[in-house]
Every structure is written in structure tokens, then in C-alpha cells.
Write a protein that binds this ligand. Sequence first.
Ligand SMILES: [Zn+2]
Length: 314
Amino acid sequence: MTPTVLFIGGLGRSGSTLLEQALGELDGVQGLGETVHLWNRGVQLDERCGCGQPFSACEFWTRVGDDAFGGWRSLDVARVEWLRATIDRTRYIPLMPVRSWRPRYAALLEEYVGYYRAIYSAVGRSTGASVVVDSSKHPSLAYALTTGGLDLRVVQVIRDPRAVAHSWTKTVRRPEATSEAADLMTVYRPSRSALLWDSHNLALRALPRLGTPTLCLRYEDFVADPAATLQQVMSFAGLDASVLPVDGNRLTVSPQHTVSGNPARFRTGEVRIAASDDWRSALSRPARAVVTALTLPQLHRYGYPVTDRSPEPR
Ligand SMILES: [Zn+2]
């Protein structure tokens, strides 16, 4: 049986890595990382899995590939990447729920989603997990997956867009990269990340209209009270929320088979869940003003102040 798919959506740099790591420590839960990048960064480029092994040497992903496709070599990865580039796009989100309008598009979408279903099912069979966590984040993939007959539940993780914008301006090395060309994470100007923050969160907010269970949580609430947020997420995923993976704000992380994601996923051992507020001093006033203006309508909705204060309690 295909496990429940807990999809973490939102704009990158919103603090979802810690949430995924915490969930991955639970019995019956398997964290997968960003499966949207599995095809290229895992299968084609053989980047390192969260367990530290190259993708091709990771026993977990080898087992999953054997079960899902009779081995990764039997999979036409170029075809999956072509489908991803062709149909898994934000601009096609309005088409996804009304597939009957475009039969050819619907057929490609069905084929594309089938690859993800094969992965989730193989993970369920090989690990016995009842919940898999996919932290791909892209709303377009969340919409695509709604068409796949899955028990899909979406957690929208949101963070103050000024903090997110600051994070996207930093130069961050990707320790898993296998080529120099891909060894740095993408950098965005604050105006660009603000517009992406808008579009990602607007799209995710509309998901419940399709009947997809969606839980919205703020990173700031998670770091203020990790136990309360995790209880909420675990109940949402249908998990027993009586045994938590955290002790106060301490989390002990073991190596997890996350296929791609923030370099923080390689951090293991005891991790402290704490707010990181360096953006308040590091993000320039003009940049802050631009991000605030571009995200203004949604700032209010999510309880973020226009001025430099902490978020309102919800
Ligand atoms: Zn691994």
C-alpha cells in the first residue's frame, strides 16, 4: 500500500529542513528530501545522499530503485527530467485540476506523477513506513501530485519574507555537489525572492479548494515551541502524537536518506532548534523596504508586522 505522502511546501530557506529532520526521527516515518531533484542530482549526477554515501552507493536508494523500476539503470531519467521541465511549472498550476481541457497535457501529467507514486510505494514496501515526507516544496509538484490518487497531505511552511530574502542573498556551498559548476546554492536578489514567496504561498493557500488537506505553519512558531508544532503536524499526518522527537528545543538527528535539500541536512547529533534573527541586522533598509512592499498583502494574512517587530501570536 502506498504510504501517506506528507509534502512540505513553501519557498526554500523557510526552515523546513529542521522540521523534516525531526519528523524523520519518528517510527513509521521516512524522510526522502526533495524528490523533485532525485532524478537529476541523485540518479544522473550521483550527488551525496543525506547518509553521506553517493546516491549510487546508498543502500536505501538502491533498494528503492530496484523495487520501483528494476534498478535505476532501467529508468529513462532523461524522460523524467524532460517531463519535469515541460509540465511541472508554476504557470501550469491552473491547468492541473482541469485536465480534461488538455488531454495531451493530462497524459504527460499522469506519466510524470506515476514516477513519484512508484518511489513512494517502493519506500513503503522496503521500509514499512506509513508516512513518507517529501520536502520538494514547489507548489507545482504539490498540484501535480493531487492528481495521482495518493493520500497527499500538504504542510505549508512559511517564514518572514525578510528573513527568507536575506537567506537567499547568502553564498552557500553545496557539500554534496559532484561538479564545480553546481557547488553553490542559488542566490536571489531580495525582490526576486519576495515575488517567489508571494507566488508560492498564494498557490499553496488555494490547495484546500481541491480537497487536499493542507496545514499552514510558521517557522517562527515552530522554533518558539517545537513540541506544539510537531504535535500539530503529527496529528495532521495521522501519526500518534504522544511520543515526540524533541526534548524542549533539543533534537537528536541521525543520518537520514534525504536525496537533496539544504546542506543543513548533513548535520547530525544534537541540534538546538532556535530562531535565527541575523537578517534583522544584516538585511539593508532598502532591501527590507522592497520585500515588505512586495509581500504586503500576505504579510498581514500571516501575522507578520510591517515594521521590525516579532510576529503576532496566531
Ligand atoms: Zn542514503
